[in-house]
Design a protein around this ligand. Sequence first.
Ligand code: DQA
Length: 142
Amino acid sequence: MILVLNGPNLNMLGKREPHIYGNTTLEDLEELCEGWAVELGVGAVCRQSNFEGQLLEWVQHAQEEDFSGIVINPGALTHYSYALRDALSSQPLPVVEVHLSNVDSRESFRHVSVTAAVCKGKISGLGALGYKFAMEYLLEGR
Ligand code: DQA
């Protein structure tokens, strides 16, 4: 089972800056992830929160909840949350960071990720497909 986490403001997908994030809603994105997981022969549990502490708790308990890996789009927490970074680095499960938009082509504050260094890798700018590729990576060598 893969845990797919979306952070702050990602509940606004579809309404929020569609020229950047597209028209796909969070519900669509979660359905896509669940469908891709089925194709990959695994389950996916998708969760979103606007609250940093809630995301920390999901990350902290992912192993005891029997997940085998985490796909996370931390939203803006990417750029400054050392608390999330610490939670990710204490979690033994493999984690892939995903961004819908190409953060490196946007404002300079988005070029910094404090979380990516404690993840296996980062996928940015490929839209919803980034979540699929992240899941595929996590299932390699299963
Ligand atoms: C984002 C990029 C972040 O910079 C931004 O704060 C988000 C979404 C993305 O998916 O492109 O909320 O993580």
